[in-house]
Design a protein around this ligand. Structure first.
Ligand SMILES: NC(=O)c1ccc[n+]([C@@H]2O[C@H](COP(=O)([O-])OP(=O)(O)OC[C@H]3O[C@@H](n4cnc5c(N)ncnc54)[C@H](OP(=O)(O)O)[C@@H]3O)[C@@H](O)[C@H]2O)c1
Length: 248
């Protein structure tokens, strides 16, 4: 039912992976979808296929985000774009901190800051934030990524407090491993990433995440689907490390 309440959407990270599939899905539901990413060629192809409105820009450019949203009334905002890096805090470099904070957290905060007041004023809107199981569980990985996704997790809860009393719904989608380009970008080699992270595993597909988003957005008006954790059946976070030291 609420799809009929909404007419516009903005999806970040729309040039590939989860974002491109979500654009396709929301467009199929009849929304005018604004698709944001840096790769203009891919966005043009997506626009050709789905009718979305492409916006090639870098999310770390706050002035461009401000300009983009100046005259836009957005009903459904999907904060999907995200980046990761290899290495934990012992090896991360300056860019590995700054880029992740800028894309995974600051851009999300800016877009919400720019678009949520309009939703509150119109008493109509839905914000979907894509976090990660890395935001709620600790395991060997990229510490900056875990920290930024934990921020998205907390922000999603906080936004419900900020919008209290208005019909603005906030959904956090918290995925485990999804078959996309993310690991290829991470190690700088798409084929090696395919072999290392996907071949032989039953990972989630972008369609599984789009299904979850569609379910949350299409829920009745009085229902806010707050948090959906969605993992491959054969992926389980958890475990406990306890090192025995011979000099203890
Ligand atoms: N795949 C997984 O296993 C997994 C698991 C848990 C959570 N997630 C989360 O799901 C979301 C989508 O990930 P994905 O797997 O679909 O990733 P992906 O295939 O690597 O796509 C990332 C998207 O973000 C865009 N992007 C990156 N930096 C940008 C920037 N500075 N400005 C504008 N756009 C930028 C990229 O577009 P351009 O390069 O064209 O800019 C691309 O469209 C992310 O938040 C990720 O953390 C993924």
């Amino acid at each position: 039912m609420p799809f009929s309440d909404y007419s516009t959407a903005l999806v970040t990270g729309a040039s590939t992976g989860i974002g491109a599939t979500v654009v396709e899905r929301l467009a199929k539901q009849g929304l005018r979808v604004h698709a944001v990413a840096r790769n203009g060629e891919r966005l043009a192809e997506l626009a050709e296929r789905t009718g979305c409105v492409p916006h090639a820009l870098d999310l770390t450019d706050t002035a461009a985000l401000t300009e983009l949203t100046r005259n836009l009334e957005i009903d459904v905002l999907v904060n999907n774009a995200g980046v990761s890096r290899t290495g934990n805090i012992l090896s991360v470099d300056e860019f590995g901190v700054d880029e992740l904070v800028a894309v995974n957290v600051a851009a999300v905060l800016h877009l919400v800051r720019l678009l949520m007041p309009g939703m509150v004023e119109r008493d109509r809107g839905h914000i979907v934030n894509i976090s990660s199981i890395a935001g709620v569980y600790n395991f060997g990985g990229n510490t900056v990524y875990h920290a930024t996704k934990a921020a998205v997790h907390t922000l999603s809860r906080q936004l419900r407090v900020d919008g209290y009393g208005k019909r603005v719904r906030i959904t956090e989608i918290c995925p485990g491993r999804v078959e996309t380009e993310i690991f290829g970008r991470l190690i700088g080699d798409m084929e090696a990433a395919q072999r290392e992270f996907y071949d032989g595993y039953e990972s989630l597909k972008p369609e599984d995440i789009a299904d979850a988003i569609e379910f949350a957005v299409d829920s009745p008006r009085h229902v806010n689907i707050g948090h959906i954790e969605i993992l491959p059946t054969f992926q389980v976070p958890g475990g406990l490390n306890f090192e025995r030291r011979s000099d203890a």
